[in-house]
Design a binder for this molecule. Structure first.
Ligand code: ATP
Ligand code: MG
Length: 350
């Protein structure tokens, strides 16, 4: 039976890119009852690979991300929520997997390449950051997860994980399970652009609508968004390509939103047709997007505010989830070590 695993870096609160890229799918999977186990974790050790000098940021965001998870509907009774750094087995697995990957292979990883550029590391790349695809493989394989719902930026990581699994199973014994990425159905959700039109909404770029944003912040952010630079007058024909407002509508808008907030159109196709024909102003489209975002995010924000009143409960969920997850990771590590013939004291056979 299928095992699902996904994680997020506690480098900030979660944003609507996380929501459409991965979080929404996790909740659906969890509630479908079709999966054997669902693991959701905070990749704090990974967050430290590029935030080594800022432990407070990582620590503070553990609670923030936990609140985001629960507010979106991750249910600790159905999913195991854990904290990566508290499971030392994951470090141990990474260490052994390092022998199965070459430096040049890591250098070719397109996500690592673009993240190195984005973070301005130039030639001072922390070794831990450079090798994070390996540690991600440890996270996935420790739980024998075969399904990983992620945004498109994670595809190279999953490819790397599959390669490590194949090498390991071929050299030692068929202990590990090859994982598969599950992308959102909707193309716009695979990599939601930032408010500034940048290729990806990302905590590190600060171009986000956060799940916890106030109603007023959401409104201001939507108003500041990029549209079509050639659409100067209402009557000018508008363009949809690279028009972030329409990309967000593609990601979030449903026909019922028209009935509720913009009944003069039946659906998004009609709105798009009017925009490209000319005669539809950006202000009106933004107002509509704002209504949708407010409707989507209000229940999440309110649940979040409620949950934030009892941090003791959050702490307990994280501790129990982490204990449960560690037992599973320890079992896999045992199997890995015996396949690698380094289980000297378990088989009593030097
Ligand atoms: P950081 O800037 O610290 O890397 P991030 O915003 O990229 O933060 P991550 O914690 O690295 O967030 O990503 C967690 C998950 O959310 C991954 O599965 C990733 O693919 C997905 N994700 C992140 N940003 C987006 C986005 N803009 N669109 C779709 N999915 C996304
Ligand atoms: Mg990221």
């Amino acid at each position: 039976m299928d095992v699902v695993l996904t994680g997020d870096r506690p480098t900030g609160r979660l944003h609507i890119g996380h929501y459409v890229g991965s979080l929404r799918r996790r909740v659906e999977m969890q509630n479908s009852g079709k999966y054997k186990d669902i693991y959701v974790f905070m990749a704090d050790a990974q967050a430290l690979t590029d935030n080594a000098d800022n432990p407070d940021k990582v620590r503070k965001n553990i609670t923030e991300v936990a609140l985001d998870y629960l507010a979106c509907g991750i249910d600790p009774k159905k999913s195991t929520i854990f904290i990566q750094s508290q499971i030392p087995e994951l470090c141990e697995l990474s260490f052994y997997y390092m022998n199965l990957v070459t430096v040049s292979r890591l250098q070719r990883n397109p996500t690592v390449k673009s993240e190195i550029q984005m973070r301005g590391f130039k030639s001072s790349i922390p070794v831990g950051f450079f090798t994070y695809p390996i540690s991600q493989t440890a996270d996935i394989t420790a739980f024998k997860a075969n399904i990983v719902p992620v945004g498109e930026d994670q595809l190279p990581m999953l490819e790397q994980a599959r390669e490590i699994v194949r090498s390991f199973n071929q050299i030692y014994a068929p202990v590990l399970v090859e994982p598969e990425a599950v992308l959102p159905d909707n193309k716009q959700c695979m990599r939601l652009p930032g408010l500034d039109g940048a290729a990806k909404m990302s905590k590190s770029l600060g171009n986000c609508i956060y799940l916890a944003d106030s109603s007023n912040d959401i409104k201001k952010k939507v108003q500041s968004m990029f549209t079509d630079p050639l659409h100067l007058h209402v009557e000018d024909p508008g363009h949809l390509e690279n028009n972030t407002v329409f990309t967000y509508l593609d990601a979030f808008c449903k026909d019922e939103h028209f009935a509720a907030f913009l009944p003069e159109y039946a659906n998004l196709d009609e709105l798009k047709a009017h925009y490209t024909r000319g005669g539809l102003g950006d202000g009106k489209v933004k107002k509509f997007l704002n209504e949708i975002m407010q409707a989507e995010l209000k229940p999440i924000r309110e649940r979040r505010e409620e949950l934030a009143k009892d941090l003791g409960y959050i702490y307990q969920i994280l501790r129990e989830g982490t204990e449960k997850a560690e037992a599973v990771a320890a079992q896999t590590l045992d199997e890995v070590k015996s396949a690698m013939k380094i289980n000297y004291f378990k088989d009593n056979n030097l």
